[in-house]
Structures are given as C-alpha cells and as structure tokens.
Design a protein around this ligand. Structure first.
Ligand code: TYD
Ligand code: MG
Length: 455
C-alpha cells in the first residue's frame, strides 16, 4: 500500500501547502495551516465501476427548466436577494458572523414555507432540538410543520433525509459542525467542511431539493470559514449588521440564478427579524434637519435606491497631526475628497480634525457618495446647515470635476417619494426624468458646490 501522504491546508482560504508554515502564502493569515488527510472525502474510498451517462440536446431541456420552479417564502426581502425564492436542486450558502441572526432568519423562512405546505427539514448541529423549538416559539413559528433534526454526521443526515417523502427544503445549520466517517480530520477543518458540503450539494442535485447551508464567518483560522465552499455552491448570501444597531442586511455575493448586488433589509426585534420594506425611512429616521454637517446621500444598493444621511464634523485641532476618523465609508476616499477640497476649492483643513459618520451604522461602498461627503464637510466647516429637503449624489474626480453616476432617475424618484424637493447632481447626468416636481442643481465641478454652500 502506498504511504499515506498528508497535506497542509489553510483553514481560511483553502490553499494547499506541501509543508507546514506559520503564514499562508494564499491569504497572508497567520496560524491557519493545519495538517489534513488528502485522501479523505467522498470519492476517496474504494474504486467503483464507471457509470455511462447520456448527453442530452440543449433544445430539449426548455420544458424541464420551467418544471423546476422556485420556492417562494413570502418574506419579500429574502425572496429579493435569492432572485425570487429558493431554487429546487440548488445549494445556497448563508454566511455571517456568529450571533448575527442566520438561524433566526432561516427558521422564519422554514416556518413560512411549512405554512405554505412545503416539506421543510431543519437540521441543527449547533443546538439541541429543544433549543431550536424554543427559538421557534419566540418567533411565533412553533405551530408550523417544520421538521427538526439534531444531527452532525453527514451519512446520518443523508439517511435521515431519505426517510419519508422527499423534502422541498433542507437547512443545514451549520456546515462547520458537519463531519463525515470517510474523512480523518476533525470537524470544522477544510476537508471535513468541503466533504460535508459536497455531499449536501450532491443530495440537492439528485433529489431536486433546495438546500440551504449556514456558515459562520471565522476570524481565527482554527475552523474553516464559509469562503472555502463559496465556489461549490450555486448562490452565496452574507448576513451583515452592526451589533450596536438593530438592522441587518442580507447581501447577495454570488447567484447562478439571479442578480448579485441585491440587498434585503431586516430589523432585529424580540420576535425575530422584521422586514424593512423602505430602508431609506429607517436610515433617515432620527434626522436633525437644522444641524450643519449633515447631507442626505441618494445611493443605490443593487436595483434599489437607498437614502442615507452622511454626517461630518470639522473642528480646529489641538494636535500636531489632525485626526481623521471615518465610520461607514472608505477612509482613503475621504483623504482624496479633503485633498481635492484643499487643492481646487481653497478649503483649508490642515488645521482641523475631521470626523465622518454614516447614520444608522450603514456602510456606503459607492463612489457616488463623494458629493454628499464634500457637502457635509463644507457645511460643517462653514457652520451652515444644508437645505433639509435636498439630496446629493455624484462622483468627484481628482481634478475637482463632478462626474455623472448611474441610475439618476431612480435616485431622484426615491428622493421625491420621501419628500425631498431638491437635488444636487452631476451636470452631465444622462437619464434625467422628463417630469418631476423637484428642483435640480447640476454641478460641473466641486468649486461650484463649495461656492453654493458657503456663498
Ligand atoms: P441567531 O439567529 O442565533 O444567530 P446566528 O445563527 O447567526 O449565530 O441570532 C442570535 C441573536 O439574535 C441573539 O443575540 C439574540 C438575537 N435575537 C433577537 O434579538 N430576537 C429574536 O427573536 C431572536 C430569535 C434572536
Ligand atoms: Mg445559529
């Protein structure tokens, strides 16, 4: 018998090394490499006789695809991010920090589907059946026909699932507790997690069941994170949120059956997660309209417009090097805006501390927020409040020019819906709405904007 070779696998990114090292070359993380058995995993066992497949013509498939519809939960924020519901025969990964609410949202989805007469099995490897029931009670879902199983062994899970009628949806909470008899490594290692996920994906494809896999994002590399299986599944959702705030965002990262960049917004309450149909209202909720340094940014999240308040505080510094602190935005981008203000608009901030905050703990990733940030900064420095009924969006280039951004019409429509009557936007915006009651101020460059605010 050939000598069993071992390999060294990074638990963070899955890179395979031939020898142990303190730092992974793949992702740069420290102490994430552990020894694993490469022959582990389903398929590593005794050889089997090959089975002949039969190719089919692409054109004959059209009917079959329509026959595999989606399973809608009726929780519209969740259906939006999945692209219209769970897809039969597919595997979906839901990742997120521990305690963010993954089990909660999935129990709610399971209960909603069970009420719609779907057969749903919730396999919990983290909590005992009694604990899961307790949570379901708290969510008002204890009366629904969700089937519970507390199982962690992959072979046992597959045997359990093969009992009785074929399920429509199976939830595995979580992939890090899965372990297979065929693998030698400890539960939570890359090999175990991948083997377990592979088996569940195969189950999904063979039976046409929708499988949802839960994965905890791990900071230290001792257990494998959801990233090591992202490439295997059909869709990946991440659950994000700030511990200090109640709202949670479900974000699509990958979706073979729908758009990415979609978000679903929820609010954590004592009775589980509540959908937030109009997130702009949530993020604008506690606005003080009279204070200088606040500008409302008309942003986009996927296909959905979202209004958030950007707050700036500019104050004379008592330190040698002034402070720059940012929450909810890119700090390099703030430095750039400060440099442009200084170089092209004569706004001197070298002797000022600058604090920037995005309200509600929300995180902006769009460059279109440049104009709102610049407005908030200038407003705070000048001590003049911006008009309360005005929204801002546009990208600022290093030359100080204001560049157009996409989805102008949608941003303006959302602003109008929420009672805003003015907008400051790039001058070369293309898809301007024909009608609309709002007043539009088109900006060509940042100095124009500064003159407008301070003037
Ligand atoms: P949970 O779904 O267990 O998180 P995860 O599965 O992602 O680890 O959510 C746990 C947190 O949510 C916990 O801190 C308590 C809170 N929570 C509520 O605030 N309200 C509720 O109704 C429930 C069920 C949980
Ligand atoms: Mg959980």
């Amino acid at each position: 018998m050939a000598k069993a070779r071992t390999q060294f696998v990074c638990q963070n990114c899955g890179t395979v090394h031939s020898r142990w090292a303190g730092k992974c070359d793949g992702c740069g993380e420290w102490n994430t490499i552990i020894e694993e058995d490469p022959m582990g995993g389903i398929g590593g066992g005794p050889t089997r006789a090959p089975k002949k497949g039969r190719p089919v013509a692409l054109t004959t498939l059209s009917g079959e695809i329509e026959d595999a519809p989606r399973i809608e939960t009726g929780i519209s924020e969740l259906d939006r991010v999945t692209g219209g519901g769970f897809v039969r025969g597919s595997a979906l990964l839901v990742g997120g920090d521990p305690g963010i609410g993954k089990s909660t949202v999935l129990m709610q989805a399971a209960a909603a589907l069970a009420r719609r007469k779907h057969r749903v099995i919730y396999v919990s490897g983290e909590e005992a059946v009694a604990q899961v029931r307790l949570r379901a009670q708290r969510l008002g879902a204890a009366d629904s026909d969700v089937l519970l199983a507390a199982e962690t062994n992959v072979e046992d899970i597959l045997a359990t699932l093969s009992e009785g009628k074929r399920p429509d949806l199976v939830i595995i909470d979580s992939i890090q507790t899965l372990w297979s008899d065929t693998v030698d490594s400890a539960p939570g290692t890359v090999t175990q997690v991948r083997t377990g996920v592979q088996a569940m994906i195969r189950f999904a494809k063979q039976t046409g069941t929708a499988v949802v896999l839960v994965g905890h994002v791990t900071k230290e590399g001792q257990i494998a994170g959801p990233r090591v299986v992202e490439h295997m599944v059909d869709a990946v959702l991440y659950f994000e949120g700030d511990r200090g705030h109640h709202y949670r965002i479900l974000r699509t990262v990958k979706n073979r059956f729908g758009a990415t960049d979609e978000i679903g917004v929820f609010e954590m309450s004592d009775k589980g997660l509540r959908e937030v149909a109009n997130p702009s209202e949530l993020f604008l909720g506690e606005r003080n309209e009279k204070s200088p340094g606040a500008a409302v940014f008309a942003g986009m999240e996927g296909t959905r417009p979202l209004l958030v308040e950007v707050q700036a505080l500019v104050a004379p510094t008592s330190l040698g090097t002034p402070r720059r602190a940012v929450v909810g935005w890119d700090s390099a981008r703030l430095s750039m805006i400060l440099a442009v203000l200084e170089a092209h608009c004569g706004v001197r901030l070298g002797q000022h501390d600058v604090y920037l905050n995005v309200a509600g703990g929300y995180r902006i990733s769009e460059p279109a927020a440049d104009l709102a940030v610049a407005s908030a900064l200038v407003s705070s420095l000048a001590g003049l409040a911006l008009p309360a009924d005005c929204v801002y969006f546009g990208e600022v280039s290093l030359s100080g020019a204001v560049r157009p951004v996409a989805h102008t019409a949608q941003r303006l429509k959302e602003a109008e819906k929420l009672g805003f009557s003015q907008a400051v936007l790039p001058s070369a915006s293309t898809d301007l709405p024909r009608s609309g009651s709002g007043r539009l101020s088109e900006m060509e460059s940042l100095p124009d904007l500064v003159a407008r605010i301070a003037g």
